[in-house]
Design a protein around this ligand. Structure first.
Ligand code: FAD
Length: 417
C-alpha cells in the first residue's frame, strides 16, 4: 500500500523518523520553520549527549559523520558535595557522544533530502494542522516544546510539577580541560543543584558544555538570569566563583585565563516544566495526528534523556508505520504500548532526581562510591531508563538493589582472597 507521512518539525525526533521511513522507501515530507543555514547563527538550543543505544540507531540510519574516538566519551565522573564529599566513576559498556545540534540537525536534513525526503520550509499554526489531513495518511507533530504541541491534551496525572524545578544556565566554554578518562561529570551541590559537564563537538572543535541545573531560590539561581552580553567579565567571574564553591572537581580543571563562552550565542538560560501530553489528536474522521519527542513528553535535562527518548520513539513509530496499513486510533495505541515504558521511566527517573533525595537514595549513592559494579550498572542504565527505574522506583526496590550489589561484591571479595 502507498503511504504518505507528513512530519511537522525537523528536530531529532522528526528527522530520525524521516530517515527510517526513507530507508524503507516510504514517502515522507517534513514541514519545518528553520533551514539548515538558519542553524549556523542560532542561539545554543541545548547540549545533548547521545547514549550508545542512540548511536547504534544512528549507525543503522547511516548517520556516520561523527564516528570518531576524539568525540566519544566513555564514563560518568560522579561528585556529591557536602560535609563528606563522594567521588566515583561509572563506566559505560560502549561510548556516548555529544554534538552541537546546530551541527547535528543540518547534517540529518541533508541526509534526509539526499535520500529522497522532501522538506518544506514554513511555520505551521495549530489551525493549519487539520489542513494537512488531506495530504497525508498520518501527520506526526514533532515540534518540540513550542505551542503547537498544545493541540495534544495535557496529562496532569503524569505531570506532577506545575513549575520548573531547576533554573538552567548552559553554555559552551573554552578553557576547561577534559576529564580523564574523557567523560561527563555529574556534580551535585546538595540543596543547590547539579552541574552536568559534557565534552561536546562544536563549530570550533571539541569544547565543554556546562549545564548548571539550579534550584529556585538557591545560591546558584542567579546564573539563570546573569547577562553575558551586558557584562561579560562579571558573568564569567560569577560562573567561576559558583564553580569553585559548588562544583570543585570541574573548577579544578579550569584555566581562568582561557575560560570564556566559545561565542556570544553559545549560552542558553531558561527553565522547563516537565510535561506529558496525550499522543493522539483527531484531524478529521479518518486522519490522526500523533505526537513525537518533546511534543509528547517534555523532561528536564538533568539526566539527559529527552533526545534519547525522541530517537527511541521515532524508531518505534517508523517500525509501526512500515508494518501497518491503517493509521487510526488503534495504530496510535500500538505505538504507545511499545514506547511508553521506556519514555515514562525516563520521565519518572528524571522527576525523581529533581526532588529532594530520600535517605535510601543517598544510601544507594554511598554504596555506589564503594562498589564499582554497581556504579557501572547505574551509569550504563542511562541507555536503558526502564532498567534504572526498575531499580529505583520505590524505597523497597532501592533497598533490594543495594542488598544484591553488596552480596555480589562480598562474594567477589571472598573469591579474590
Ligand atoms: C539545556 C538542555 C540540555 C539537554 N541535554 C540533553 C541530553 O544530554 N540528552 C538528551 O537526550 N536530551 C537532552 N535535552 C533534551 C533534548 O534537547 C530534546 O528532548 C530534544 O531535542 C527534542 O527533540 P524534538 O525533535 O522533539 O524537538 P525539537 O528539537 O525542539 O525540534 C522541534 C522542531 O520543530 C520545529 N518547529 C517548532 N515549531 C514549529 C512550527 N510551528 N512550525 C514548523 N516547525 C516548527 C523547530 O524548528 C524544530 O525543527 C536537553 C535539553 C536542554 C534544553
Amino acid at each position: 500500500m502507498d503511504k504518505s507521512i507528513g512530519i511537522v518539525g525537523a528536530g531529532v525526533a522528526g528527522l530520525q523518523l524521516g530517515l527510517w521511513l526513507r530507508q524503507h522507501d516510504i514517502p515522507a515530507t517534513i514541514i519545518t520553520d528553520r533551514t539548515p543555514e538558519d542553524h549556523r547563527d542560532m542561539r545554543l538550543m541545548n547540549t545533548v549527549a547521545h547514549h550508545n543505544v542512540t548511536l547504534q540507531r544512528e549507525h543503522a540510519l547511516g548517520i556516520d559523520a561523527w564516528d570518531d574516538d576524539e568525540v566519544h566519551y566513555v564514563c560518568h565522573h560522579h561528585y556529591f558535595g557536602g560535609p563528606q564529599p563522594l567521588r566515583f566513576r561509572g563506566d559505560f559498556k560502549a561510548p556516548s557522544r555529544a554534538v552541537d545540534y546546530r551541527i547535528y540537525l543540518p547534517e540529518l536534513m541533508r541526509l534526509f533530502e539526499a535520500r529522497g525526503g522532501t522538506i518544506e520550509y514554513r511555520q505551521i499554526a495549530a489551525e493549519d494542522v487539520a489542513g494537512l489531513a488531506g495530504r497525508f495518511d498520518l501527520v506526526v507533530v514533532s515540534t518540540g516544546k513550542g505551542p503547537l504541541g498544545q493541540m495534544f491534551e495535557h496529562r496532569p496525572e503524569m505531570s506532577p510539577y506545575d513549575r520548573p524545578q531547576r533554573m538552567l544556565c548552559v553554555g559552551l566554554y573554552s578553557g576547561v580541560a577534559p576529564s580523564e578518562p574523557r567523560g561527563v561529570t555529574l556534580s551535585v551541590s546538595p540543596g543547590q543543584g547539579e552541574l552536568i559537564e559534557i565534552p561536546t563537538l562544536t563549530f570550533g572543535g571539541m569544547a565543554t558544555a556546562l549545564l548548571f541545573e539550579n534550584i529556585p531560590g538557591g545560591d546558584l539561581e542567579v546564573l539563570a538570569s546573569l547577562s553575558y552580553d551586558e557584562d561579560r567579565q562579571g558573568f564569567l567571574q560569577t560562573v567561576l566563583e559558583k564553580l569553585e564553591q559548588h562544583h570543585p572537581t570541574v573548577f579544578d580543571r579550569v584555566d581562568a585565563s582561557r575560560f570564556d563562552l566559545c561565542g556570544p550565542a553559545d549560552l542558553l538560560q531558561g527553565a522547563i516544566v516537565p510535561t506529558v501530553r496525550s499522543s493522539l489528536h483527531a484531524l478529521d474522521d479518518e486522519t490522526w495526528a500523533i505526537a513525537l519527542g518533546d511534543a509528547h513528553v517534555l523532561m528536564d535535562p538533568v539526566v539527559g534523556q529527552g533526545a534519547n527518548m525522541a530517537s527511541h520513539a521515532a524508531q518505534i513509530l517508523a517500525e509501526e508505520i512500515i508494518a501497518q496499513d491503517v493509521f487510526d486510533a488503534r495504530f496510535c495505541e500500538i505505538v504507545d504500548a511499545r514506547r511508553t515504558d521506556r519514555i515514562l521511566s525516563a520521565l519518572r527517573w528524571t522527576n525523581a532526581m529533581l526532588a529532594p533525595p530520600p535517605p535510601i537514595l543517598l544510601e544507594l549513592i554511598g554504596t555506589m562510591a564503594g562498589n564499582q559494579a554497581l556504579a557501572d550498572e547505574f551509569t550504563d542504565n542511562f541507555n536503558y531508563p526502564e532498567r534504572q527505574w526498575d531499580h529505583i522506583a520505590s524505597p523497597g526496590r532501592i533497598r533490594a538493589w543495594i542488598d544484591a550489589a553488596q552480596a555480589a561484591g562480598a562474594a567477589q571479595h571472598r573469591q579474590a582472597v
